[in-house]
Design a protein around this ligand. Structure first.
Ligand code: GLN
Length: 478
C-alpha cells in the first residue's frame, strides 16, 4: 500500500506555486500502474495525459490556468462514464472497442477545471456487483490484501486511490457502488442526493437510483471534486435545479481541513436495524465513532426503521427491471461488439447478446424482464415501488428529527476473492446497508473509521436531501 501522493488540494497548490511538476507526478503514477498487480485500470490515457501535464507545467502562471479548481490533478474515471476518444466498456465484452464520440457532463466539467484523466477503471460489468469480480477484464484486487476483493462496483477507482495509482477518482452508485469499495479500500466515497449531479453520459444501469460521485483519500478532496462535478446541466432533466438561479451551485469553501468541532450541536440518529447482524468489529468501530462525535459536542439517539428489512428485495426488483429495459439498446448493431456473419435480425441480436454479456448481466436481464412481464408486474415491480415509498418516508421522518444518521457502510470487511461470487444471493445480501439510501435518494458518505485484521472499516453518514455539506462536515470529525 502506497499513500505517498499529495491530495488534490496539495497538487493544485504545488503546481500553482511551482513546487510540483505535473509531468513528474503523472509519470510516477503511470510507472506505478504499469508495475501494479491490482488491475485497477481497463484503459490508460497515457500519451494524451502526459501531453496535457506538460502544457499545465508550461502555462501554470497564466491567469486562466490560475483559476482552475483541479489544475493538473490526475483523476481515475470509472468505465461506466463516457469519455470522448477513450474506450469506454462498462467492463463488458459487448462494449469492447467502443470509443464514445462525446464526453459525459462530469468529464466536461473536469476538463474545464484542469483535471487530467489517467484512464478508465475496472468495475463490475454494467455496475452489477459488489466485488469487481464480474468484470470481463478480470477482478481488481484490494491494495490492503491482494487476496481480497476491493468491493464494487467501482472497485478499480477505489483501489487506485488507496494504492496511490490516482489522486482522486469518480465512481457511480446505484445501490452502494461508491460507498462499498470506499469502505473496503479505506478511502472516502460520496453518493450525492439523487438529482445533484448530471447523469448525462453515465451508461445507465438503473437510472432512478444512480448518481456519479467523488472518491478520494480525504474529506476535503471529496468536497472539492463534488463541487466541480455538480455543475448545472440542461441535458439531464432529472438534475434538480435549486433556488431561482437554476443551479445546484454547490460550494465547498466552508471546509476547513483538520477541524474536529464541525459536528458540534448535531443530532445523530443511529438506526439499530443497520447495526444488527454486522460483524462485532464493524459494530464496535461504528459505536466508537458515534461516541467520538458525542465528545465533540453532538448528541445521539438509537432509532428504529422498521421497513428496512424490505429494502434489499425492493431494490433488486427495481434495479433489475430498469436494467432489463436499459440494456436492450446493446445489440451490437450500432456500436460495440459486432462479430460473425450477417443473419436475420433475431439471430444476430441473440447471438451478439449471448456472446457479449456476462453471466450476472444475463441473470439480471432475465429476472428483470420476468418482474415486468404481464401477470407479474403488479406482484413484483409495483409492489417494490410501494415499498420504495415506505422506505423513503421512513428516511424523511428520521431526518426530520436528526441532522444525520450514522451506520456501518458494509456489514463486514473485504472478503476473499472467489468467496461469494458463485452464490449471487450472498453477494446481494452484502448490500443490506447501502441500497435503502438509493431507494430514498438521500446523500450518503462512507469514511474510514477503523480496521479489523488490517482491513479498513467504513462508517456511513446519511443526510437530508442536498445536505452534502452537513454529512461532509460531520465526516471531518471521524
Ligand atoms: N451491488 C449492487 C448491485 O449489484 C449495487 C451496485 C451499484 O451500486 N452499481 O446492484
Amino acid at each position: 500500500m502506497k499513500k505517498d501522493l499529495p491530495t488534490a488540494i496539495g497538487v493544485v497548490e504545488g503546481i500553482k506555486n511551482g513546487s510540483l511538476s505535473c509531468e513528474d507526478l503523472l509519470s510516477k503514477i503511470y510507472e506505478r500502474i504499469e508495475r501494479s498487480k491490482l488491475n485497477c485500470y481497463i484503459t490508460l490515457n497515457k500519451d494524451a495525459a502526459l501531453e496535457k501535464a506538460i502544457e499545465v507545467d508550461k502555462r501554470r502562471n497564466e491567469e486562466e490556468y490560475g483559476r482552475k479548481k483541479l489544475l493538473g490533478v490526475p483523476i481515475a474515471i470509472k468505465d461506466s462514464i463516457t469519455t470522448k476518444g477513450i474506450q469506454t466498456t462498462c467492463a463488458s465484452y459487448i462494449l469492447t472497442g467502443y470509443v464514445p464520440p462525446y464526453d459525459a457532463m462530469v468529464i466536461e466539467a473536469l476538463k474545464r477545471e484542469g483535471a487530467i484523466i489517467i484512464g478508465k477503471t475496472n468495475m463490475d460489468e454494467f455496475c452489477m456487483g459488489t466485488s469487481t469480480e464480474t468484470s470481463y477484464y478480470g477482478p481488481t484486487r484490494n491494495p490492503h490484501d491482494p487476496s481480497r476483493v476491493p468491493g464494487g462496483s467501482s472497485g478499480g477507482s477505489a483501489a487506485a486511490v488507496a494504492a496511490g495509482e490516482a489522486v482522486i477518482a469518480l465512481g457511480s452508485d446505484t445501490g452502494g457502488s461508491i460507498r462499498c469499495p470506499a469502505s473496503f479500500c479505506g478511502i472516502v466515497g460520496l453518493k450525492p442526493t439523487y438529482g445533484f449531479v448530471s447523469r448525462y453520459g453515465l451508461i445507465a444501469y438503473a437510472n432512478s437510483l444512480e448518481q456519479i460521485g467523488p472518491m478520494a483519500s480525504s474529506v476535503t478532496d471529496t468536497a472539492l471534486l463534488l463541487e466541480v462535478i455538480s455543475a448545472k446541466d440542461e441535458r439531464d432533466s432529472t438534475q434538480v435545479k435549486l433556488n431561482n438561479n437554476a443551479s445546484t451551485n454547490y460550494r465547498c469553501s466552508w471546509l476547513n481541513d483538520g477541524r474536529s468541532d464541525t459536528i458540534k450541536g448535531m443530532k445523530i440518529g443511529v438506526p439499530k436495524e443497520f447495526i444488527e447482524g454486522v460483524s462485532p468489529e464493524v459494530g464496535k468501530a461504528v459505536w466508537d465513532s458515534v461516541h467520538k462525535f458525542e465528545e465533540f459536542g453532538a448528541t445521539y439517539e438509537e432509532i428504529s426503521m422498521r421497513n428496512l428489512k424490505y429494502a434489499l428485495a425492493s431494490y433488486y426488483i427495481l434495479a433489475m427491471s430498469e436494467a432489463s429495459s436499459n440494456l436492450a439498446r446493446f445489440d451490437g448493431l450500432r456500436y460495440g461488439l459486432r462479430s460473425g456473419k450477417d443473419e436475420d435480425w433475431h439471430s444476430t441480436f441473440s447471438r451478439i447478446r449471448g456472446e457479449g454479456f456476462g453471466e450476472e448481466v444475463k441473470r439480471r436481464i432475465i429476472l428483470g424482464t420476468y418482474a415486468l412481464s404481464a401477470g407479474y408486474y403488479g406482484k413484483y415491480y409495483l409492489k417494490a415501488l410501494k415499498v420504495r415509498t415506505l422506505i423513503k418516508n421512513e428516511f424523511e421522518d428520521a431526518l426530520k428529527t436528526h441532522d444525520i444518521l450514522a451506520m456501518p457502510t458494509m456489514p463486514f470487511v473485504a472478503f476473499e476473492l472467489g468467496e461469494r461470487i458463485k452464490d449471487p444471493l450472498s453477494l446481494y445480501l452484502a448490500d443490506v446497508n447501502t441500497v435503502s439510501v438509493n431507494l430514498a435518494g438521500v446523500p450518503s458518505v462512507s469514511i474510514p473509521c477503523g480496521s479489523s485484521e488490517g482491513l479498513p472499516i467504513g462508517l456511513q453518514l446519511v443526510g437530508k436531501y442536498f445536505d452534502e455539506d452537513v454529512i461532509l462536515k460531520a465526516a471531518l470529525s471521524v
